[in-house]
Design a binder for this molecule. Structure first.
Ligand SMILES: [Zn+2]
Length: 130
């Protein structure tokens, strides 16, 4: 988020993160921040927003659970629209959508090698002779 803010403001990312004046020349950390930000964006799944290496991962311990998420601001807008349009029933369900959260079946913390293993597996699928 701070990196996006720095891009929007046209200033060095480390200046935004560390709250320093932005007039210094960009250093290695500024470029690394932009590079990391670009990698995160390029790996984002168009369907769920999680990194593809996480939500497309076939690792046996990787799981997902759907949880009810409610946005009361959206509910209020939908309630007002329904009142005006057709008086839809079940007002309490408005503003609710399912979202997903990752978890591991083995209960352990996230595997730090999960991303690298995913890309290795994808590479091997695409290049079976290598
Ligand atoms: Zn996804």
């Amino acid at each position: 988020m701070l990196i996006e803010a720095s891009i929007t403001a046209g200033i060095r990312p480390t200046s935004m993160i560390l709250h320093t004046q932005p007039r210094k020349r960009w250093d290695e950390f500024d470029f690394l921040c932009i590079e990391a930000h670009q990698i995160v964006l390029s790996e984002r799944c168009a369907q769920c927003g999680y990194p593809r290496w996480l939500c497309h991962n076939e690792e046996e311990n990787a799981g997902w659970k759907a949880v009810q998420d409610v946005c009361f601001a959206t509910r209020e807008v939908e309630n007002k629209n329904a009142d005006k349009v057709d008086g839809l029933p079940e007002k309490q369900k408005r503003g609710m959508k399912l979202r997903v959260e990752p978890f591991r079946y083995d209960g352990k913390d996230a595997d730090p090698d999960m991303r690298a293993n995913y890309y290795k597996t994808e590479y091997e699928k695409a290049n079976p002779e290598s």
